[in-house]
Design a protein around this ligand. Structure first.
Ligand code: HMG
Ligand code: MG
Length: 297
């Protein structure tokens, strides 16, 4: 039994842009975000409050947040540590995503701590955020495979998710960071998660390195998942995960879902226009199926 309606969490402004070497002008990022909202996307990662030395592209986070908040959207920002949370507190943003890798090696490369050191820092932060009334999302990286450690035991992913649920998060976004999962693995892990955490918002985050994101999304849908992180234009990738190419493209996912009769509320025509705003400022070309076909007609 597939859902009648799916929620798309747009991660283009954050995951999509963080890996771009040349700085995308802040005004272009703002137009991108506003255009995405206008295309009907109601949940979105706007930016991240990480170290600008590690990820210079996200150095304009405070300015983005100041100009892009609105009441119609769940505007989410990433923060890796106390310093990031304190920067969030300086803004009016009310939804925060923390992020940890199941793989220790990946976590060290990405945030310079072991997975359990990160959890020790984040657990009290999550309680504090919940007391202050924030929406808290936990992004779980390397949930299937790690570029350094190889295959991840699904039990390790479940156990990290359990720690986050016990800490009080509202949402788990479970990620195939380097696009290596196959549909049977997607179905298996998301069935397990759906079963164990019936009261937590569960979101699937697929990178499309091996063009399996759509198949993995279908498998996750069959496992009862109705929330997907996607990126306009299929942009994306983590600078500290070799092999993390773009996310599942929002337009291709929306196209598939709408063709299946599943409602997303995203306007594809407007979405294509928005991608054209950011495309000239990127070092890569947009190769999503739906966008490429539209450019030819
Ligand atoms: P560190 O070097 O260990 O940090 O980095 P530190 O605490 O030793 O501080 C070093 C300097 O950074 C200090 O400044 C701090 O003030 C500053 P200095 O004294 O040298 O001038 N600093 C900060 N500045 C601004 N904001 C902060 C902050 N924290 C420290 N929050 C740190 C540790 C976590 C900061 C660093 O490793 C980092 O920023 N990592 C972020 C990496 C990242 O953004 N990765 C991509 C996002 S995750 C992802 O893409 C995966 C996902 O999409 C799911 C999936 O696909 O898997 C979510
Ligand atoms: Mg990602």
């Amino acid at each position: 039994q597939l859902p009648e309606k799916v929620t798309i969490i747009e991660v283009g402004p954050r995951d999509g842009l963080q890996n771009e070497k040349a700085f995308v002008p802040t005004d272009i990022k703002k137009d991108f975000i506003k255009g995405l909202k206008n295309a009907g996307l109601t949940e979105m990662e706007l930016t991240s409050f990480v170290s600008p030395k590690w990820v210079p592209q996200m150095g304009d986070a405070a300015e983005i947040v100041t100009d892009c908040l609105d009441d119609q959207t769940r505007n989410i920002v990433l923060a890796p540590n106390r310093k990031g949370i304190d920067r969030v507190y300086m803004t009016d943003c009310k939804a925060v995503a923390v992020f940890v890798g199941v793989s220790n090696t990946f976590n060290q490369k990405n945030i310079n701590k072991s997975t359990q050191e990160s959890m020790a820092e984040l657990t009290p932060i999550i309680s504090e955020l919940k007391e202050k009334g924030y929406f808290v999302r936990a992004c779980i990286s390397t949930a299937f495979y790690c570029p350094y450690e190889g295959k991840i035991d699904p039990e390790d992913t479940l156990s990290l998710c359990r720690q986050f649920v016990e800490a009080g998060v509202d949402e788990l976004s479970v990620a195939d960071t380097i696009g290596m999962a196959a549909p049977h693995e997607s179905f298996h892990l998301f069935s397990g998660l759906r079963n164990e955490f019936p009261d937590t918002l569960l979101t699937a985050h697929f990178h499309d390195t091996r063009k399996m994101a759509l198949a993995n999304i279908l498998a996750a849908l069959q496992a009862g998942i109705d929330r997907f992180d996607t990126s306009a234009g299929g942009l994306g990738g983590c600078p500290f995960a070799p092999g993390a190419s773009g996310n599942a493209a929002t337009e291709d996912v929306v196209y598939m879902l709408e063709r299946m009769g599943i409602e997303t509320n995203v306007d594809l025509e407007k979405l294509v226009e928005v991608i054209s705003i950011v495309a000239p400022h990127l070092s890569r070309s947009i190769d999503s199926m739906y966008y490429s076909l539209q450019q030819q007609t």
